[in-house]
Design a protein around this ligand. Structure first.
Ligand code: NI
Length: 208
């Protein structure tokens, strides 16, 4: 599977959806406020979740209130997209130094079948020290993916004896109340990501 092409395709599709929402507000009557695409975007992405952290603890979205959440969906067996994305995330957090403590970088698996807490614990140790691996039941994952409008699908790779996962590849930035701010493609330059994170940190209440 050419995951890079799929990622680009999804990006285009996502932009298309946003475009459609921006220009045809009537299409989503009853779901969202009609005025302001920013408000619509916030309403579309994110929401409550309950998942298992890589140390085995159950956590919810409320666990991360008062911090920015930088949320990425993927799986540990991913050959290139996820490692590249997590490296970008790690590099951006490194640039922020001590300020990165006020950001929760979350890696949510779309492959809970193989990504046990132990597997995630081992995997996240290759990236930024604050990176949190999250897994759960198939239902937990389906719920959080739906909330974040994340596409994922199990596919048999003819070149492999095992399966792989197709998945959306964005970073979702959420504010201290868990509300959507913006998203980035996983290939965003780390400097650019760090810049935006720093700007959003300035808006966080100082004591959080
Ligand atoms: Ni991946």
């Amino acid at each position: 599977m050419n995951l890079r092409l799929i990622a680009i395709g999804l990006l285009a599709a996502f932009a298309g959806v946003l475009g459609a929402i921006a220009f045809v507000p009537g299409a989503i009557d009853g779901l969202m406020p009609k005025r302001g695409t920013v408000t619509i975007g916030k309403a579309l992405v994110g929401g409550p979740f309950e998942l298992t952290r890589h140390d085995g603890q159950r956590v919810t979205d409320a666990t991360y209130r008062g911090q920015l959440m930088l949320v990425y969906f993927g799986f540990t067996y991913c050959p290139d997209i996820c490692p590249a994305g997590l490296q970008v995330m790690s590099a951006a957090l490194d640039k922020l130094g001590a300020d990165s403590e006020r950001i929760a970088p979350l890696f949510v698996t779309v492959d809970p079948e193989r990504d046990t807490p132990e597997q995630l614990k081992n995997y996240v140790s290759s990236f930024h020290k604050n990176l949190v691996g999250l897994t759960g039941s198939a239902e937990d994952i389906s719920k959080v993916a739906k909330a974040y409008r994340v596409y994922y699908k199990k596919v048999q790779d003819p070149a492999l004896s095992d399966y792989t996962m197709d998945h959306t590849s964005f970073f979702y930035l959420m504010d201290g109340d868990g509300e959507f701010i913006t998203h980035f493609p996983h290939v965003v330059p780390p400097e650019k990501l760090a810049e935006r994170l720093a700007a959003e940190l300035k808006k966080l209440p100082a004591n959080s």
